[in-house]
Ligand binder design. Structure first.
Ligand code: SF4
Length: 413
């Protein structure tokens, strides 16, 4: 067995984990091939955040088996943790590797024989932390700093798939950031499940982590992949605004602009808190890019509730809205709630928010036109054009120039 192909069907965190598996296989002498080609081993890092993600995972595994029937398919990620037995029964699946066995994935995949197919511990017993960072892309690296979640929002399966909140020590993460810098990356995306909840298993704080990463030579920019509003403390905001490498780009889950729905979701803030948080950040930093997550069609959400959410978004004016139609997930309290919203209503609400997002996004770009900004140009050459992102996540395009790949340059937006 000498060739292996990797696929990530989930989030930035999974991407960092897959890239870490890839480094392990390369050190073991494997050649990495694209998953569209024949391979001896396929590693599939799955997602299970929605029913659609589950379906996509199974279809993908089926396709790989048809491509190379004799190959070993090793399935890991959230779907592996939540639906191990049904995945193990699929043709071509050699092993299903859950949260606690990720550091054994290489040895499981390459074992001569296995005494079982399922390597999954009940999530309540999962304590291990699998350290990971990506070096596969050329421009920015994903650095996993935290895993699991203790929040248990009523619609979410993530705690069931990833276990309790835990993390690596700051010293270890700083070591990984130095390795990323040594590999020539200038930008790092700090990622986790509940990133701001960093420190649960080491007694350290998220602010301490940011300060330590800020001192790593060679890395010039950090983006926080996502952070709960209640964990983006005023102290953290003040420190970021004091002139650091942490960029003015915040991805913050709101989920609903209606307090009654936020309470039913067991979110840890209300709209007044959220509004004041956005205002506080804006009072400390200019031209901040806010990407806001919103779920539409949560059980019990009336048309009035949705319109309240719509008006709230119009008021706080994010630069982008990440829109998710509610997905009923077995094992979550919300799945058992009355007044499930019809697919037609969800669709109409998604469409309304997409139109709003387009308007707000254009407005944010217009408000930045003519400003001087620093852009990190990426390696992609698309029909002689290249692109990059400003500090506040504005996409800039220009004629391709290989000398600019991976460089941060001043531009007028
Ligand atoms: S904080 Fe996020 S990951 Fe945790 S339960 Fe809530 S939605 Fe899921």
């Amino acid at each position: 067995m000498k060739t292996v192909a990797f696929s990530t069907l989930g989030c930035k965190l999974s991407f960092a984990e897959t890239s870490t598996f890839e480094r392990e296989f390369l050190s073991a002498g494997f050649t990495v091939v694209p998953p569209t080609e024949k391979a001896d081993i396929y590693v599939v890092n799955t997602c299970s955040v929605t029913a659609a993600a589950d379906k996509k995972g199974r279809n993908f595994i089926g396709r790989l088996h048809r491509l190379t029937p004799e190959a070993r398919i090793v399935v890991t990620g959230c779907q592996a943790q939540l639906r191990a037995e049904s995945l193990a029964d699929m043709p071509g699946v050699w092993a299903v590797v859950g949260s606690d066995y990720k550091s054994d994935l290489l040895s499981i995949a390459t074992a001569d024989i296995l005494d079982r197919k399922v390597f999954v511990k009940p999530i309540g017993e999962s304590r291990k932390y699998f350290s990971a960072y990506s070096t596969t892309e050329r421009t920015r690296a994903f650095l996993k700093v935290q895993d699991g979640c203790d929040y248990h929002c009523t619609y979410c399966t993530v705690p069931l798939a990833r276990g309790d909140s835990r993390n690596a020590p700051i010293a270890e993460i700083v070591g990984q950031a130095r390795a990323i810098a040594a590999a020539g990356f200038k930008e790092v995306v700090i990622t986790g499940v509940n990133t701001g909840d960093f420190g649960k298993s080491t007694g350290e704080s998220f602010l301490d982590l940011l300060k330590a990463l800020n001192d790593v030579e060679g890395i010039e920019r950090y983006r926080i992949s996502s952070i709960e509003p209640n964990l983006l403390t005023d102290e953290i905001v003040d420190w970021i605004a004091s002139g650091t490498k942490i960029l003015p780009h915040f991805h913050i889950p709101l989920q609903s602009g209606c307090d009654r729905i936020l309470a039913a979701m067991h979110r840890r803030y209300n709209t007044d808190f959220f509004r004041r948080k956005i205002e506080f950040v804006r009072s400390r930093m200019d031209h901040v890019f806010f990407g806001i997550d919103v779920i539409v069609g949560f059980p019990g959400e009336t048309q009035d509730d949705f319109e309240t959410t719509y008006r709230f978004l119009e008021e706080i004016r994010p630069a982008f809205i990440h829109i998710f139609p509610y997905s009923r997930r077995a094992g979550t309290p919300a799945a058992e709630m009355p007044n499930q919203v019809s697919e037609a209503d969800k669709k109409a609400r998604v469409q309304a928010l997409e139109e709003l997002c387009e308007r707000l996004h254009a407005e944010f770009y217009a408000a930045n036109r003519g400003r001087r900004e620093q852009v990190l140009f990426e390696s992609t050459n698309k029909e002689g054009r290249m692109f990059g992102y400003s500090r506040n996540y504005i996409k800039v395009e220009r004629d391709y120039d290989p000398a600019l790949v991976g460089r941060i340059v001043d531009v007028i937006l």
